[in-house]
Write a protein that binds this ligand. Structure first.
Ligand SMILES: *Cc1c(COP(=O)(O)O)cnc(C)c1O
Length: 381
């Protein structure tokens, strides 16, 4: 038998015990049922209600954002964020090929097209060097100060990096590069609630950022998401277009632009409030797990992906790196057959049929990480 595989499973089991171990199970130990019942009693179960307001306030307080706008899921938050950022049909949006499909899909929902920039091996986020060299060689500013993809003449309106598995990319460098090219920065922070650069929460380095509360994320309300920002105009616009762009009136229905029904129902918001109350404790527990994994894997010469200096990861899903795709596949089979749920990283966006013809530079790091990375159990204990 492969002793490395046995060692990895022994380390995981020494943290999570001997039963079937899920990758990331939600934990409901707080006021979830109480608040959900109160929401039902109030009859306000849909997208207007006190829990929606409270959840937005709690999210703003937790992240340090001036504004939070709750949405039905993280994908709709991303789509609305790009619309608010001004992404138009035929634009290009810079993003990473190493991400969950929602990131690229949100761009396509705007009838815009992704351009894939490679990631870094240490942060699993967009490489500032490769972003910079792409923009220097492939783009210019036009007379209106817009960034133009020189070869096609199309506008590059936004950059959408993602904080992979809660690890934080070199986002300040990315922000500086985008600013120099007049590109608006939107952060997909779906996986990184509780992850920081210095004291700044992920999603707030750019103009706006998005969160997800899907069932497998650090906190969940069944389905949910949010846009966070420090910009009042952005927040107002986000709330407006996610509420069908309805002009306020006591009884008339008038909508003055294309809006969306993307608001978070009060029923889900009730659950979200209960989860946010427990978030600090969850994050502390996840830090302890990551710390334990890091020590044990390092001692056994197994590569564990750690946060870089100056950043805090929430360690949503812990990552180890195996030698190559063959070893990865053998380990996935072995661990899942032995009751320990593990998962590979996503198939790169640039390999999916919808995006295989999109522009991309050299993406060697993304290809390597796709082949070598495995997510291991990371639930709150
Ligand atoms: C989870 C996730 C989303 C949003 O997912 P929803 O299921 O729509 O809430 C977006 N981007 C990334 C990278 C994600 O992991």
């Amino acid at each position: 038998m492969n002793t490395t595989f046995e060692t990895i499973l022994a380390i995981i089991r020494s943290r999570y015990g001997n039963g079937q171990i899920p990758l990331h199970a939600p934990v409901f130990r707080g006021n979830e049922k109480k608040y959900t019942n109160l929401a039902i009693d109030s009859t306000f179960v849909s997208s207007v209600g006190e829990y929606v307001n409270l959840a937005e306030k709690m999210l703003a307080d937790f992240t340090g954002a001036k504004y939070a706008v709750a949405t039905g899921n993280g994908t709709s938050a991303l789509h609305a964020a790009l619309v608010v950022a001004g992404v138009k049909a035929n634009d290009f949006v810079l993003t990473q090929p190493f991400t969950f499909v929602a990131t690229a899909n949100a761009i396509a929902y705007c009838h815009a097209e992704p351009i894939f920039i490679d990631i870094e091996k240490d942060t699993l986020g967009i490489s500032p060097e490769k972003l910079k060299s792409f923009l220097e060689s492939e783009s210019h500013l036009n007379a209106n100060g817009e960034c133009v993809h020189t070869k096609s003449g199309r506008i590059i309106s936004a950059c959408l990096p993602m904080h992979s598995f809660g690890l934080v990319g070199r986002i300040q460098e990315i922000a500086d590069i985008c600013a120099a090219s007049h590109i608006i920065l939107v952060e997909d922070a779906a996986e990184s609630i509780g992850s920081y650069v210095g004291n700044t929460h992920t999603g707030l380095i750019g103009k706006l950022g998005t969160l997800s509360f899907n069932g497998n994320k650090t906190i969940t309300c069944g389905g949910g998401g949010a846009i966070i920002t420090n910009d009042e105009a952005i927040a107002k616009k986000a709330k407006y277009i996610t509420t069908t762009a309805k002009v306020p009136h006591a009884y008339e229905f008038f909508h003055d632009e294309l809006g969306y029904n993307y608001r978070l129902p009060n029923l889900n918001a009730a659950m979200l409030c209960a989860q946010i109350e427990q978030l600090e404790g969850f994050l502390k527990n996840k830090q302890e797990t990551a710390q334990y994994y890091h020590e044990q894997f390092t001692k056994n010469k197994i590569e564990f992906v750690k946060n870089i200096e100056g950043t805090t990861s929430n360690y949503w899903l812990n990552c180890i790196l195996l030698k190559d795709r063959n070893e990865r596949d053998a380990f996935l089979k072995y661990s899942n057959e032995n009751g320990v749920m593990t998962r590979p990283a996503w198939t790169l966006m640039s390999k999916l049929p919808m995006y295989e013809n999109c522009i991309k530079g050299n993406i060697d790091n993304a290809l390597e990480m796709e082949n070598r990375l495995v997510n291991i159990p990371s639930s709150v204990i």
